[in-house]
Design a protein around this ligand. Structure first.
Ligand SMILES: Cc1cc2nc3c(=O)[nH]c(=O)nc-3n(C[C@H](O)[C@H](O)[C@H](O)COP(=O)(O)OP(=O)(O)OC[C@H]3O[C@@H](n4cnc5c(N)ncnc54)[C@H](O)[C@@H]3O)c2cc1C
Length: 390
């Protein structure tokens, strides 16, 4: 079933573009890829399907739509990119492992050296390198500037020692963009440096951390005398905070999209039909979610038409906050509909998404994390409050 909510919005050119995208997706998405998209529990789909979908989009020239054309972008407008995202979700496309495409790629285009761009960008586009984010530490989450992992300059290398935590996909990633402390004195925000780290470097150890959803999506990463060439530093030494903030903006702007929310709502409506429930409370909560989502879709669409940086930054925090909280509500309704069967099936089948019931349980647990990563809801309320007050 396709989500038709979008077809009411837009110009003739946008309608034509939507038709072109639909034609491509109908042809390119095999049933196996769609099944992987539907079964997605965490922040990306099963990695094999995610990689195959990446490859297919790369072949079509649509893997990095938001990048400038000279670096492999499509030249689409922000609204065309939004239409593309929504159609991918409506067609159950796999969710990509996209830290390279969405975060470090745009950052290198903005702040990387010519050599970094020439080496890393083609590898991100082709899918040769998957990237993870090494920011958080046990004592540095919301208070990120408190990070302790150290890097000492020795000749033409930095030598890293310390420990990162909650690193999504570190077990799958080829590379990490990491924040390290290069100077202890002064304000905590000063003395941080941004490095690009090859995950195969000797001295790196990755230990998976199992979450309440049943997935081991994130990891603890320890560094013991890990050598990183100085040319893999982005920005100046001790000025990594500026670089990190820019990257966080990209991450927040691309986190939970209305397309993915509509997919979650559609699955919940399908679950309701399958359960045959006529309970009015469930119907009312689904209607309420539909209304909130329709409002968010309009905000997302309007913001995509804005070319003001301040408006886009405000929108990134607003969307992160509202979309992740709505995602949680939708998964709560799904879990209520599925009832005890959800947990029973999930445990019995040893699979997080073997049936719509098991999927409802896994998705409910996985979505608890959405209001924590990429800045907690409280942190985003602080950001929005500061912007509103001036
Ligand atoms: C599923 C998942 C994936 C993640 N992936 C990554 C990753 O790939 N890479 C990475 O580096 N990190 C990752 N993280 C870590 C994430 O960025 C941190 O969990 C997040 O920044 C919160 O930090 P914390 O867990 O230390 O909580 P804390 O910062 O200790 O916060 C605890 C509570 O205090 C509140 N709080 C803290 N400060 C304030 C304040 N100033 N005002 C109001 N309330 C406040 C918070 O909102 C929260 O409710 C991931 C986390 C999760 C859950």
């Amino acid at each position: 079933m396709k989500d038709e909510s979008d077809t009411r919005q837009g110009s003739d050119a946008e309608h034509a573009f939507r038709a072109e995208v639909r034609q491509f997706l109908d042809a390119a998405l095999t049933e196996e890829l769609r099944a992987a998209g539907r079964a997605t529990v965490g922040t990306h789909s099963e990695i094999g399907a995610s990689r195959r979908w990446h490859q297919r989009l790369h072949e079509r020239g649509w893997i990095t739509p938001a990048w400038p054309v000279e670096h492999g972008g499509t030249g689409w407008t922000a609204r065309q990119r939004l239409i593309f995202d929504r159609e991918c979700a409506a067609h159950d496309a796999p969710v990509l492992f996209a830290g390279g495409i969405r975060n470090v790629g745009p950052l290198l285009i903005a702040l990387g050296s010519a050599a970094q761009q020439a080496f890393y960008l083609p590898r991100i586009r082709s899918g040769a390198d998957l990237w993870c984010q090494g920011y958080s530490e046990v004592v540095a989450g919301s208070d990120l500037a408190n990070l302790r992992t150290s890097a000492r300059r020795v000749g033409d290398h930095y030598v890293i020692n310390g420990r990162k935590i909650w690193t999504t996909g570190a077990d799958l990633a080829d590379r990490m963009f990491a924040l390290v402390r290069t100077r202890a004195a002064g304000k905590p925000q000063q003395g941080i440096t941004f490095l690009l780290v090859d995950m195969r470097t000797p001295g790196i150890r990755v230990r998976p951390v199992q979450t309440i959803s049943g997935e081991a999506e994130f990891n603890e990463v320890t560094f013991e005398d890990v050598q990183v060439p100085v040319e893999d530093r982005v920005g100046a030494e001790d000025d990594g905070w500026t670089v990190a903030k820019q990257l966080m903006y990209y991450a927040r702007a691309s986190n939970t999209t209305c397309g993915l929310l509509r997919r979650a709502l559609r699955r919940t409506t399908e679950l309701q039909a399958r359960c045959g429930t006529t309970e009015p409370g469930a119907r009312r909560r689904l209607d309420e979610a539909e209304l909130r989502l329709a409002a968010l879709e309009r905000i997302e669409y309007a913001a995509a038409g804005s070319d003001r940086t301040a408006a886009r930054e405000f929108h990134a925090s607003t969307m992160k906050l509202l979309a992740t909280e709505l995602h949680q509500r939708i998964t709560e309704v799904a879990l209520e509909l599925a009832g005890p069967l959800a947990l029973e099936q999930r445990d019995a089948m040893q699979s997080l998404a073997a049936t719509p019931f098991a999927h409802a349980a896994s998705k409910y647990f996985a979505t608890r994390a959405a209001t924590i990563y990429s800045g907690t809801s409280e942190v985003h309320r602080n950001i929005l409050g500061r912007q509103l007050v001036g």
